[in-house]
Ligand binder design. Structure first.
Ligand code: ZN
Length: 87
């Protein structure tokens, strides 16, 4: 079974789509290190957001994403997500 068949939900708009339609953010609970669209060897809790700038912007309103990931506000996170979106 390919990864594209896996259904995920956007943490911003709650829409359900296949994994391939999302940007994945994974956080290692212990180290608080996170990665955007990590390789499969990076293990942790993952959230998914649509490849859509409005969904991404909504995630950063009231620092929602930091509360979800349980990390301190980190301005580089949005840049990392946007870089993935643009590529
Ligand atoms: Zn969305």
């Amino acid at each position: 079974m390919g990864e594209s068949k896996i259904i995920r939900k956007c943490v911003s708009c709650n829409l359900k789509k296949s994994r391939a339609d999302f940007i994945k953010i994974t956080i290692n609970k212990k180290t608080k290190e996170y990665k955007v669209n990590p390789t499969s060897d990076f293990v942790g809790r993952s959230v998914y957001v649509c490849k859509d700038i409005s969904c991404i912007n909504a995630l950063f309103k009231k620092e929602k994403i930091y509360k979800i990931l349980k990390i301190k506000p980190d301005e580089t996170l949005k840049e990392k997500i946007k870089t993935v979106l643009e590529n």
